[in-house]
Design a protein around this ligand. Structure first.
Ligand SMILES: *Cc1c(COP(=O)(O)O)cnc(C)c1O
Length: 411
């Protein structure tokens, strides 16, 4: 397997320069909806990144870091026993769970830390919900010798105590945010405040394809290595492309990372799986396309769960990483076009899928990624045995084992 794949995707993908436009728009979605004080650091970042994404030296550094630090390329795995059990399409897993720190988040953190270094920034900050993005940020900060501060809702800190300690071990300062729901949304607000005050020496490593331009584009670029590798691996292994590919969607970075390289392959169906939570009732799920509507939140225009007055809706999911009221703007755009189809998986189906993958393949998936597995349990039997369904296994489930045991009453 070549190791210069990221450079290839950034340089040669046909759709690459089309979207977003110069203002960060994906059709009616995206943009730069921020206060005046944030505009200057965002424009500085945009200009720096627009230069770097075409820079051969930068691409070389990025590919080297992805290889030696993050552990790329990741494998494409044929889930033989799961396939037999479901009796339909051949199921493949893209193994992002095998990356350093346990999830795809590290792809983006490595990329943004390099951008920060090129911009001369000595300090990085980040928000985190479940703690996976904070952990990956703390790890790259240690690797590059940068100061690091992570903002995290105090409720999330309590639920994810182990991840908090992992960040601290890597030298990061973890700041608890004690307002509102005390979760991800509030942590993002605090990180933005810090950035405005310290943008001279600080870079904000946002963790998904969300927020103001250039983040949705930049994070997508850094995650697109997933799909680019998977596409080449599938061609090598099966001699053809998959019939369908599916990934869970929180903000949407692992899904867009997988989908991007397949956008022009019209025969490949792209499926995003949102968090269906306990039910379709308001506040019981985080499926933005099941009750959400157009709005603006934290820098970008997109689909958002909100009440009739525009107050951001409460959300629930068994997986903390999918528990956010808004979705990345590029997903909303391709869904309108019919290119990406959206579906959801309920918590109960996710818990069954978690068990099934462990039992059939010996792989314990992150609860986020398990949403894609739950979808496959429904979908694969409807497909024929000569068809192929590829799932993105965005992360590993070690962080979730205790919570699952608690929910199932086994601990
Ligand atoms: C954070 C996380 C997600 C959700 O974020 P996206 O930006 O939608 O990918 C999914 N899977 C894992 C393992 C995560 O850590």
């Amino acid at each position: 397997m070549q190791t210069n794949m990221t450079a290839d995707i950034l340089k040669h993908h046909p759709g690459r320069d089309a979207l977003p436009d110069a203002g960060g728009h994906f059709g009616i979605y995206g943009g730069m909806y921020v206060a005046e004080t944030l505009m200057q650091p965002l424009l500085e970042l945009r200009d720096a990144y627009m230069g770097l994404r075409l820079d051969a030296v930068f691409q070389k550094q990025l590919n080297e870091e992805l290889k030696v630090f993050a552990g790329r390329p990741t494998g494409l795995y044929f889930a033989e026993r799961l396939t037999k059990k479901l009796g339909g399409a051949k199921i493949y897993l893209k193994r992002e769970d095998l990356l350093h720190t346990g999830a795809h988040k590290i792809n983006n953190c490595v990329g943004q830390a390099l951008v920060a270094r090129h911009m001369g920034k000595k300090r990085v900050i980040a928000e985190t919900g479940a703690g996976q993005h904070g952990t990956a940020t703390a790890a790259v900060a240690a690797r590059f010798g940068m100061k690091c501060r992570i903002y995290m809702g105090s409720e999330d800190m309590r639920r994810q105590a182990l991840n908090v300690y992992r960040m601290k071990l890597c030298g990061a300062e973890v700041i608890g945010v004690d307002v509102g729901q005390k979760t991800l949304k509030e942590a993002i607000n605090e990180a933005m405040r810090d950035w405005v005050a310290n943008c001279m020496d600080t870079h904000y490593i946002l963790g998904t394809v969300y927020g103001s331009h250039p983040y949705p584009m930049m994070v997508r670029d850094f995650q697109s290595v997933i799909g680019h590798e998977a596409r080449a691996q599938m061609l090598e292994r099966e001699g053809r492309l998959p019939d369908e590919i599916a990934a869970c969607i929180g903000g949407g970075s692992n899904a867009m990372g997988l989908f991007f390289a397949f956008l022009e392959d019209k025969g490949v169906r792209l499926t995003g799986v949102e968090a269906g939570g306990r039910s379709g009732e308001v506040g019981e799920h985080a499926a933005r396309f099941d009750g959400g509507r157009l709005g603006v939140l934290q820098g970008c225009r997109t689909f958002i769960l909100q009440d009739p007055e525009g107050q951001i809706g409460l959300t629930h999911s068994v997986s903390a990483g999918l528990d956010y009221a808004a979705i990345g703007p590029e997903h909303a755009y391709y869904r309108d076009l019919g290119r990406i189809q959206m579906t959801l998986a309920r918590d109960s189906a996710v818990l069954k899928a978690f068990r099934l993958l462990a039992e059939t393949e010996g792989i314990i998936p992150a609860l986020e990624s398990t949403h894609a597995v739950a979808y496959a349990i429904e979908r694969a039997p409807q497909m024929s045995k000569d068809q192929i369904l590829l799932l993105n296994l965005s992360g590993r489930g070690d962080k979730d084992v205790q919570e699952v045991a608690r929910i199932l009453g086994e601990l």
